[in-house]
Design a protein around this ligand. Structure first.
Ligand SMILES: Cc1ncc(COP(=O)(O)O)c(C=O)c1O
Length: 379
């Protein structure tokens, strides 16, 4: 099956009733038929039938070997960071969701893991920063919020040549547009809160590994069982429901985003537009080669910080809010929201400043989004 069909039908597992909508199994525990016998379900932290269906769905969409559905994107990233040990060196994209930087520096940093941030869209730079103890490369592509594109295939080759894992945060594109495991990555993580959910009503996360029988899969399974970050059955059902429309949502969002990016380029108040679907974007060709779409995220800079802040207060249709990927358009001010705790040195390196706005394009009529942006920019 192709992507739209997979998103609707998943693994086509129907229970004895034939219910088309996956049942929600709200059971914390499961009866055993007898001593040393199990239905396959014993206790909800370890496995739940609704969550199992969702995990199977994500595995199919990412073309992976095994997935875990957890309570947030940060819970997913935490499971991956648990794979590293004191003394390990991990390279990360320097343009990265601020919460990931906080988890790395302020939580795992205290356990002796050495996290280093570099521009992973520059392959040669990454190659020069590999050390004997480098055990992981963690990237966002496109990156958040500067929309830089990193070469998943080449980075996977580099990581594997040095006995390291390539981990891709695939939140910005969703598996509908990009399947990093097919490009050589070892692990994909998601904030499922974003495109996979698409309706701003669940906080969720996913980890998917390439090989279900690998040592990495075994470790993550053990961490999940031991720490209990699992997604609830109710949220798993909502997520399955959301994924049925993933393809049509993200395609509409990407089509809207391209038009908006082109329009922003013509606006006198706008000084920079960052969208990989614009042919002049430095990552355009690479993005075309490794993904099937450019996504619904874009950032832009206006003439002054005062104007950026005024725009946020003048919006009508678009909401000034954190997060991304939903059917509603959201405008974010990364400096004080998603990247508020980013070290100043990283902000300076990436160019994230007080003039930057990040737009998560929704599925509204593009004319209405443009009209709202036009009035907000003009004041
Ligand atoms: C790219 C990216 N990864 C991870 C996360 C964390 O996800 P969550 O908020 O679901 O914990 C976010 C949140 O904004 C994000 O944008």
């Amino acid at each position: 099956m192709r992507d739209h069909s997979l998103e609707v039908h998943g693994c086509n597992h129907y229970d004895a009733t034939g219910a088309i909508s996956t049942p929600i199994y709200l059971s914390a525990t499961f009866r055993h038929p007898g001593f040393k016998q199990s239905t396959g379900y014993d206790y909800g932290r370890v496995a739940n039938p609704t969550r199992d269906q969702l995990e199977a769905m994500i595995t199919l969409l990412e073309r992976g070997g095994r997935s875990w559905a957890v309570s947030s994107g940060m819970a997913a990233i935490n499971l991956v960071f648990l794979l590293f040990n004191a003394g390990d060196h991990v390279l990360l994209s320097e343009d990265l969701y601020g919460g990931t930087v906080r988890l790395a520096n302020e939580v795992y940093g205290q356990y002796g893991i050495d996290f280093e941030y570099i521009d992973t869209s520059d392959f040669d730079l990454v190659a020069r920063h590999i050390k004997a103890n480098t055990r992981g490369i963690f990237i966002e592509t496109p990156s958040n919020p500067m929309m830089l594109i990193s070469d998943v295939r080449r980075l996977a080759g580099l990581a594997h040549a040095h006995d390291a894992l390539l981990i891709v945060d695939n939140t910005f594109l969703s598996p509908h547009f990009q399947k990093p495991l097919t490009l050589g990555a070892d692990i994909v993580v998601h904030s499922g809160t974003k495109y996979l959910c698409g309706h701003n009503d669940i906080i969720a996360g996913f980890v998917t590994v390439k090989d279900k029988d690998s040592a990495v899969a075994e470790k993550i399974e053990f961490f999940v069982k031991s720490e209990g970050p699992n997604m609830s059955a109710m949220d798993a059902w909502l997520m399955l429901r959301s994924i049925k429309t993933l393809g049509i949502r993200v395609e509409k969002q990407a089509a809207n985003a391209l038009q908006i990016a082109q329009w922003l380029q013509t606006q006198p108040q706008v000084t920079h537009v960052y969208y990989p679907g614009l042919p002049e974007h430095p990552g355009y060709a690479l993005q075309k080669a490794q993904a099937t779409g450019f996504g619904g995220m874009l950032s832009f800079k206006v003439q002054s910080a005062e104007l950026a802040q005024a725009v946020l207060g003048r919006l009508h249709l678009i909401s000034f809010a954190e997060s991304l990927g939903s059917v509603e358009s959201l405008l974010t001010y990364p400096l004080v929201q998603t990247h508020a705790e980013m070290p100043a040195e990283l902000l300076a390196r990436t160019g994230l400043d007080d003039k930057l706005l990040r737009l998560s394009v929704g599925i509204e009529d593009v004319e209405d989004i443009l009209a709202d942006l036009a009035q907000a920019l003009q004041g």
